[in-house]
Design a protein around this ligand. Sequence first.
Ligand code: S3P
Length: 172
Amino acid sequence: MSRHVVLVGFMGAGKSTVAALIAQRLGWPCIDLDLEIEQEAGRSIADIFADEGEEVFRARETRALEGLAAREPSVIACGGGVVLKVQNRALLKELGTVVYLVVTAEEAIARVGDLTTRPLLAGAGGTLAATQLLSARESLYRSVADLVVDTAGRTSSEVAESVLTQIREGNQ
Ligand code: S3P
């Protein structure tokens, strides 16, 4: 494998945790796109949304995504909204094997826990907002995915194993 493994999916799907586990198993670096954005901006995602707005956050996200092509093969966890821009979807496809981690809105809300860390869910009424956002995005996640892996009722380790098995079997 010479290209990146890129995880996409809704907030709470477990992308960051699963990416770290896969990276550990492969001995590859793990990149969390949200963390890269926070480091570059010098502030949290919540503060970027509050101070600069979603549009500026999305511009930062695209810039961070563009920088990934030059990095050594890595396992990358993307933010849940990375698929919204057509430009980003094209970039994702070029980066390597894209894995869509599927989660339900209810499970996503339960897993996220502290909603103040997710500006798009924080003020918007939890499960209803998550259901609407997820249904608007579902087809976008599928459109970029080489692999689709369900996370329902599975631990992060089980999901990571499933991703690795499918990559090895060349299912993508
Ligand atoms: C977002 C998801 C978040 C973060 C930002 C926007 C989204 O990342 O990028 O709050 O639009 O779904 P996670 O999916 O890692 O929570």
